[in-house]
Write a protein that binds this ligand. Structure first.
Ligand code: MG
Length: 450
């Protein structure tokens, strides 16, 4: 029996269970996770989806087998973006499981659980699953009671339609935008180009062939991985450049001149044009002060949290917030759903470009200017040791302990925190210029490494 006071070995990180197929994610282990999911959520059906990774089929089959063995049915949604399965779960009120490792390199994969409201699973439910796995305390039914599998092939269409309902499609259609989109061989290969075409955009796709080895580019949508998109935008033939990560819960932009747009600047733009007095916005302490300034101007209320999309979305639900997001291009729009949503983000940017009748560079140019710089370094010792050294030697005027250490120094602020998924420290800085932000980061790197 499950004893709720016990704690099992932690399997779920900040974004599901991640690991290397056949090393961490063996068929046996994945089947046990499936059995545990079915045991904990004795419900009629659980939806399943996956990204384009080659190992997805193997992991899916094992997880599915585990779920069916507990008498729970599986609804097969196929290959689709993480926000598309989340939307399905929200609309139909069912739990979901997606096989994805988001932006991680192709040798990884993962299992992520979704709550019945479409948000990431609550930690307490993940703990229940972990305990059942550890104790092998699985519900087992007889052969004739096993779950059945059905397919629902329209989840992507429903998701696209859901997004169209939120914006003003007529405005966007009239603008007839020229859009270049790089889906990076990932899960949005169909959904985002179809959404754009339906909005009367003239679309050129890059890497829109689903390829689980991510042959074309690294699936993290950082400027250094988006050379082809940036080069295409520099031809001056497009109004907007768009790129997603592997599971398309994130979206980043390149302006009409080929300049990469930092995620918190696109977030600030959405906050500027979609909030009014009293609207609530949620963002982690790592985001640019630009968002704070835009909120203040609109009379919107900003709530700052620890880093992590599930924390941002849970806080949004609690605060009844309209917009939330992170500097990495993970933006949440509460009117659609409380999770990061790449295609929704793209639609909002098109909507505001159409409404304002301005180029993206001009819209961004009207925002308050701050420069951000970020990096990560290997964590070779206990975080506590590094933390102590930084506290002793950085000489901060003020410190915010919301997540890691956010130090306010003369030239700006710098945030250092250990990653929740890898043995690294992430360091973010903000200053008036890129050089100053970079030197703030270097100052902390030096202390951390010495
Ligand atoms: Mg992702």
């Amino acid at each position: 029996m499950i004893n709720n006071d016990q704690k099992a070995k932690r399997l779920f990180g900040t974004n599901g269970i991640r690991g290397v197929p056949n090393e961490d994610l063996t068929p046996e282990f994945c089947a046990h996770v499936g059995q545990a999911i079915g045991t904990v959520f004795q419900t009629k059906s659980i939806a399943m989806g996956r990204d384009t990774r080659v190992s997805g089929e193997m992991i899916w089959s094992a997880v599915e087998s585990g779920i069916l063995s507990t008498g729970v049915n599986v609804i097969d949604l196929g290959m689709l973006p993480t926000p598309a399965i989340q939307y399905y779960c929200k609309v139909h009120g069912v739990y979901g499981v997606i096989i994805t490792a988001s932006h991680n390199p192709p040798r990884f994969n993962g299992i992520k659980c979704i709550d019945r409201d479409g948000t990431e699973m609550r930690r307490e439910d993940e703990e229940k699953i972990e305990l059942v796995v550890e104790q092998s305390d699985f519900k087992k039914v007889t052969g004739k009671e096993c779950g059945l599998k059905t397919s629902y092939p329209s989840a992507v269409d429903d998701y696209i339609e859901g997004i169209r309902k939120i914006i003003t499609p007529e405005n966007v259609k009239k603008a007839a935008f020229r859009v270049a989109i790089d889906t990076g061989n990932g899960a949005a290969f169909r959904s985002s180009p179809e959404l754009l075409t339906g909005l009367n955009c003239r679309v050129v796709t890059l890497n829109a062939n689903p390829d689980g080895n991510f042959t074309s580019r690294n699936s993290e949508p950082k400027p250094e991985n988006l050379g082809d998109l940036i080069a295409l935008m520099k031809t001056g033939r497009f109004d907007l450049g768009v790129a997603h990560d592997g599971d398309a819960d994130r979206c980043v932009f390149v302006d009409e001149n080929g300049n990469f747009v930092d995620g918190d600047r696109s977030l600030a733009l959405i906050v500027k044009y979609f909030t009014s007095r009293g609207s609530k916005v949620v963002t982690p302490v790592s985001s640019s002060d630009c968002i704070e300034d835009v909120c203040a101007k609109n009379g919107a209320i900003l709530v700052k949290t620890k880093i992590g999309a599930p924390i941002v979305s849970r806080t949004m639900i609690r605060e009844k917030a309209l917009i939330g997001g992170e500097e990495n291009g993970g933006i949440i729009y509460g009117r659609h759903q409380y999770c990061r949503d790449g295609a929704m983000t793209m639609a909002l940017i098109l909507d505001l470009m159409a409404r304002e009748k301005k180029k993206l560079s001009a819209l961004l140019g009207d925002l308050p200017q701050y420069s951000m710089y970020k990096t990560s370094i290997e964590l070779k010792e206990e975080w506590n040791e590094v933390r102590k050294r930084i506290l002793n030697r950085a000489g901060a005027e003020e410190i915010d302990f919301t997540d890691g250490l956010k130090l306010y120094l003369r030239e700006g602020w710098v945030l250092a925190r250990p990653s929740g998924t890898e043995p690294i420290i992430r360091i973010f800085a903000q200053s008036s210029t890129q050089e100053k932000a970079k030197s703030l980061v270097e100052f902390i790197v030096e202390i951390a490494a010495s």
